[in-house]
Design a protein around this ligand. Sequence first.
Ligand code: FAD
Ligand code: NDP
Length: 466
Amino acid sequence: MANQIKATFVIVGGGIAGVSCAETISFLCPDESIYLLTESSLIKTVTNLVPLGKSLTKFDIEEKDAENINRHVHVLVDILESINSQAKTIRTKNGRTIHYNYLCLCTGARPKLIEPNNPHIIGIRDTESVLEFQKRIKNSRKIALIGNGGIASEIAYEVNGIGIDWVIKDDHISSTFVDAGAAKFFQSRLKAKDSKPEKATIKRMRYTEEGQTSAANQRGAALGPDWHRKINIEGKVKDIPDSVRIHYETEIKEIKNTADSAFPIELLLTNGESIPCDFVVSATGVAPSLNFTYDQPFTFGPDGGISVDALMKTNIPDIFAAGDICYASWDRAHHWFQMRLWTQARQMGAMAGKSMVAALRNEEITQDFCFELFGHVTNLFGYQVVLLGKYNGQGLGNRYEMLVRVTPDLEYIKYVLVDGRLQGAILIGETGLEETSENLILNQLDLTPYGDDILNPDIDIEDYFD
Ligand SMILES: Cc1cc2nc3c(=O)[nH]c(=O)nc-3n(C[C@H](O)[C@H](O)[C@H](O)COP(=O)(O)OP(=O)(O)OC[C@H]3O[C@@H](n4cnc5c(N)ncnc54)[C@H](O)[C@@H]3O)c2cc1C
Ligand SMILES: NC(=O)C1=CN([C@@H]2O[C@H](COP(=O)(O)OP(=O)(O)OC[C@H]3O[C@@H](n4cnc5c(N)ncnc54)[C@H](OP(=O)(O)O)[C@@H]3O)[C@@H](O)[C@H]2O)C=CC1
């Protein structure tokens, strides 16, 4: 093993951000020396990329052996321990010293647990953590699920054979992605899965934010889509009716480890209930993963991520960052905001790659078009969910109105409008409105003349704008 390596480009992390950065560089500069340092020999790549609009894409994540990455990229399975930015070197756990011209940090994030050292509280991030979940759930009867984002929503819907007490701070489920209306639409999936579609109804409503009462080794790459289907995660309890009990607008008051071998942990809730259970899943978000030391201080964002500018540069010369580890500190476009998702990890990784190549060649580049508009395609409660722009009226105060079309068990469409111009959209189900909605947000066409017909199911709105 060579202990001294000289490389033009070094990328740390084998998740989506690191791999898309390395692939972009190898496409643009195949003859330069490119090293990808990754802790795990399994890396994540994007496959089956389907464009749904100008920048909106749907894709799968594939896990493959690091050996099979692009042949221009040298893969080192090792761990970054320290950065010496003055000498432009990094040190690894296996004793390597790598000299870089340009370094990109893509070390992702780790679960932010409600009580990190409690053995009865686990998080879910990588294959190792999901195997732990699988092992524990086999011998369990009841778990508590904390958090109201992506992971909690997936567990509540996908995991069977176990009693789940789902504790959420909000008045509706899945609040990081949807509003109360869409949550209600999902809820029928939590109870009955085969109900028949009904006739569509359209509602227009004024909306005000104020008016709403409340509207282990964790270091492998984050799991891929359908992680819950690829590994059998099932409890042992058969035929439990209504197995998900939701505690709305509730928080945890106290956590007690009991001496009871039946239920070793008990949660006391602000709604006065107590939940004795086998273990707790803390699906309470992530914190950027800075598991290495550095000689010069980075500038950090309020969420603990390394601040990067529009070209993914950190404050330290020739060091870039992308994906979950970073905080987007540039002057953001009106319809874009940061969320720690595959889409953004991929886009940021590719942007960092282009930017590193431009730095080598002393070229000027501008930020990619994809950062103009927030777009996310995912699956929740068995539906395709597309989120565009300010889909929940984020930052719009009380200035917006919503146009909603719902066909129970089939589709939920919400348009967020300001002065007749589309600011964001939630499209649940196979709506076929992705590209049109994306265009309407980008071109800011005044939709006032079309009134509620914009979402009339009997009118093909694409015809309006051809
Ligand atoms: C259960 C789950 C489900 C999700 N579902 C979705 C979804 O449906 N849609 C979606 O858009 N997003 C989803 N996400 C979020 C998405 O997975 C992440 O935003 C994305 O994977 C982040 O990519 P990344 O490359 O920045 O980080 P990661 O995927 O975390 O990769 C970081 C990499 O860095 C390596 N590393 C860390 N430290 C070091 C070190 N010191 N030295 C060397 N290597 C190191 C790690 O081993 C890993 O390979 C989900 C996340 C989870 C946990
Ligand atoms: N389908 C998809 O796109 C999926 C995406 N992911 C991504 O993976 C990452 C991890 O997912 P996840 O852990 O669900 O994170 P999320 O950020 O999606 O959600 C975290 C949830 O936990 C709540 N929360 C935070 N702290 C506490 C606390 N102390 N007590 C109670 N609730 C709390 C948050 O509420 P509040 O915001 O009010 O603080 C929020 O509802 C995220 O980046 C997520 O976007 C994960 C699964 C699926």
